[in-house]
Write a protein that binds this ligand. Sequence first.
Ligand code: ADP
Ligand code: MG
Length: 603
Amino acid sequence: MKVFQILIVEDNPDQRELLNVAFRRYRKAKFEPDFAGSGAECLKKCEQREYDAIILDYKLPDRSGLEVMAQLKDRGVDAPVLIVTGQGDEKVAVEAMKNGAADYVVKEHNYLRSFPQVVESIIERHRLHQRLREQEEFIQNIVEKANDFIFSLDAELRFQFVNPQVRRLGFSPEEIQGLPLQELLASSISEEDLRALTEDPDGRNFVFDFRSKDGQVHNMIVSFRRISEKGNQPHAILGIAKDVTEILKLHRLIQESKKKLQTVFDSITDYIMVLDRDKTIQMANRKVATLMNTTPDRVIGRKCYEAYMAGRVCENCAAERTWQTKRQELVEISHGGRVYQIRTFPMFNLEGEMEFVIEYARDVTEQKNIERKLIQSEKLATIGLLASGVAHELRNPLNIIETARYYIEDLLRGKDEDIQAKLNIIKRNVQRASNIINNLLEFSRHSTKDREKIDVNVIIDKTLSLIEKDLQSQNIQVEKHYSDIPPVYLGLDSLKQVFLNIIINAVQAMPEGGTLSIRTGVKGDEWIEVKFTDTGHGIPREHLKDIFTPFFTTKELGKGTGLGMYVSHSIIRREGGEILVESEVGKGTTFTVLLPRDGEHGN
Ligand code: ADP
Ligand code: MG
């Protein structure tokens, strides 16, 4: 049981004794009275210890009870004070109550009987008050110290209570009280929000843009709750607002850098994507999207093999291998006539666990073609070497045959027509064989000595004049589109042979006549360009890759040697140029000869 410590201030010893007995007897020593004989003694005792209550006789030898009470208050003594007055001093009692006394007791004849009970209830009441005050302070503290802006609104959405956090917006709580919520906002509340706010704000979050006194906008998330008030007043609304301006800024920054990253991604002309464990695309660049005929955002969530493999998982999946090895992997796949080189890299998270695979793919079709061409031209060079050796060796036996034939012809002198006919066949074929040999030898002549300054336009004209008759008889129009071009420095005979080969092929491709147009010009700083376009039968796609191969011909026996383009190609290559061909069956063919502009000799 809690024992109440009380101080009784009474100068009369008899009174003290009576009071002592009365309090000590009350509820088995509920009270432990202490005594002071004067105001001074009372103040001194109160300084030394705390009492649960102080009972002050109104009349004290040194000063009045009222005075003592004021002095106790000054010293911060919190205990409730009870004033004891004599009969007829009720006026004083009223005065005491006004000055903060907890209660008063009049010394009637049997006042001692109920006195302890009065004191007990005063102490209890005081305690209750104290607790309430503490609680209030506690809540007040929370509201005032809270980081959030806390306020209440009345039914008209006017500010009632406002916590000091409103100062962050540059206002004092007093300035805000009574203002409508709208006055603090940068934009007007939407119809929808307004309805939600007035009808059912409970537990909802609103994003409001508050405007501070200096005009700055603060983005705040506000959660509202209806709170009931005393009596039949309408409900008030409690709002707790959190300033999320910085968070939103950060969010925007992240969005922006994400966008930037995507832009960087998109500007890469190879295929890049980020894949999860089951090859689902998490991120992809524009190039990937175009491959799938869509936009980058639509690609997310689809599978990588939809991009290259039309939905079939690659046999030798590089991503799968990277998941296993946790290392970079490389595969090459062919799809839709294209060759892709796919490189995969592991992507680890902060914990060091592998989380994604980055897939980087490149269309290497052109590169592959160039490689193939290189292999081809190497083959050609070897064959050329062999061929020229053979040609050289054949020259002598051919000479011998021709000499022998001539000898026989001379002996016969036209006596036997039959034999003469056979001799003519031998002559024709020796001639043909010599042509082949000469072609081959021309090709293998790697000389650079006999170069001269050549006006390409003039050389074309000269070459054309060689076969003027054929052009006429075959009804072929020649259209010339010559440009003023600088001279080239090349072997004259070689170049004539190339042009002749190309023109003869064109003529042969137009047995029913047609147009051969010849265009000259410069291409960039490096090249002289000569284009021969015919309106002939064209070259089937499957033959295009073969026309530069030695002995490839589609012409009937005796008409073609299959060496013209091979030799021409080799000559032009040797001179540092290039021959390109484009053709469409039934429409015609264009051969483009690129010759190097030799800067050293130019003037
Ligand atoms: P040839 O003319 O002796 O057949 P080439 O090396 O000059 O040998 O040409 C190889 C082949 O290329 C020809 O047989 C022909 O099929 C094709 N060709 C070359 N030029 C043309 C052209 N202008 N039009 C159509 N086909 C052509
Ligand atoms: Mg030919």
